[in-house]
Design a protein around this ligand. Sequence first.
Ligand code: ACO
Length: 332
Amino acid sequence: MKNSPISARIIGLGAYTPAKVLTNADFEKMVDTSDEWIMSRTGIKRRHVVGDSGEAASDLAIAAARDAIAAAHISPEEIDLILIGTVTGDMKTPSTAVIVQKALGAMNAAAMDINAACVGFLYGLTTAKAFIESGMYKTVLVVGVEVLTSITNYQDRTTCVLFGDGAGAAILRREDTANTGILSAYIAADGSHTQLLYVTAGGSRQKVTVENMNNGSTGIYMNGSEIYKFAVRNMEDAAKRVIADAGIKPEDIDLVIPHQANIRIIDSLAKRLHVPDEKLFVNIQEYGNTSSASIGIAMVEAQQQGRMKKGDLVLLLSFGGGLVWGAILFRM
Ligand code: ACO
């Protein structure tokens, strides 16, 4: 349990997903797959994608951030730090965070991107908590945003059916009360598994060439079944750590929001943690895997559906390429 008299509290949430939708029937026309395979193996029915709308990661992030700022009843000038979890930023440089800063008019904020794959949002929330509890900053904007379709290989049926685009945002604010807001956070990494999920070309190791583009090296490679095993085990461990650290009873948790990557992973995790259906939030059927955006989007929907209310104890869990994983326990 934390001893700090300062808490980092989530005071506003926002989300944005593009209008265009790709259904399983659309994928049946693109690759050798079926609605039955996709539904039974992943739980995904639809995904929202930028398509040819011209939207980039910052456009999605700005829309989600504006909603979060409005919900928090603050002005953009009050934001001290902007953290953007993404692996699909607008450009290599500058960061997507500075593009968002300018668009929001958050000119008093420092700004940076965090690359932690699907755990980018939880890495961001944890970093925000640390900055707030240290006394350095009062108000932090955290966004998880991905345009995964920009690095999806649409010839690879084992990955292309999984991914969607979107953004989720949260405003965190310092509160001078102990034991509220984020009660406990745990983020972890194991770089000995980099071979399980990567994009080969486009970095300093391998440049983008016509050959790389044609052979799929600019798209995501993923060993899904190996990641699957790590995902359940590591999220279970992370959950137990934050529950023990916060000194709460597991049954006191009102809602569990896991990263929306695969319904079978979510179900196995819920079984291991003894989470009943009514305490588990799932929206993978509508969005697919939106990587670092998935938890923020789910939080907004949970709030809109009355499933995440003020005072509720909420557990967030995620895992992703790296491998990286983490958990956050907070009082809404
Ligand atoms: N349609 C039809 N058949 C398919 C498809 C498809 N879209 N994709 C794969 N198959 C086939 C395979 O070719 C294989 O056929 P074979 O037995 O003849 O070789 C068979 O289905 C089984 O393939 P598996 O890969 O073993 O299927 P699995 O049950 O593991 O499901 C999946 C694959 C959905 C990818 C799963 O492993 C998974 O979700 N893993 C976790 C991935 C994940 O969540 N990653 C998170 C990080 S993502 C990020 O960071 C951006």
